[in-house]
Design a protein around this ligand. Structure first.
Ligand SMILES: [Zn+2]
Length: 120
């Protein structure tokens, strides 16, 4: 496609080769118009790889209750944007994930943690 357009622009000055080029261009232009009507192929989203052997870090460290005051602990379970990381990615068990989500939301409300952060 790129070669054809280059040929067209180059051969416009040459009168001798012009008719051959035009027939070639007309066939390609019909093809290009059909291309514009066609939908562009959707981008495939990469699924993040999930390690099935992840274990709950809080269970292993023996945490019984997650408190909203321990920001350094809570920050490990939030993304750079400030979102809570889902349990299948972080590997936390359901019980601790519930406690974490509640604690993070509480910490946000008392302005210990950000709802959204652009830096970091
Ligand atoms: Zn756990």
């Amino acid at each position: 496609m790129a070669d054809v357009s280059k040929k067209v622009t180059g051969d416009n000055t040459d009168a001798a080769t012009e008719p051959r080029v035009i027939s070639f261009v007309s066939s390609t232009t019909t093809a290009s118009t059909s291309d514009t009507h066609a939908k562009p192929a959707p981008r495939k989203r990469r699924k993040p790889k999930i390690n099935p052997n992840l274990k709950c870090a809080l269970c292993e460290s023996g945490v019984k209750h997650v408190t909203y005051k321990d920001i350094y602990q809570l920050k490990k379970f939030t993304s750079a944007g400030g979102n809570i990381i889902e349990s299948r990615r972080s590997g936390t068990c359901a019980k601790h994930q519930r406690q974490l989500a509640r604690a993070i939301k509480r910490a946000r409300q008392v302005a210990l943690m950000p709802y959204v952060s652009s830096n970091e």
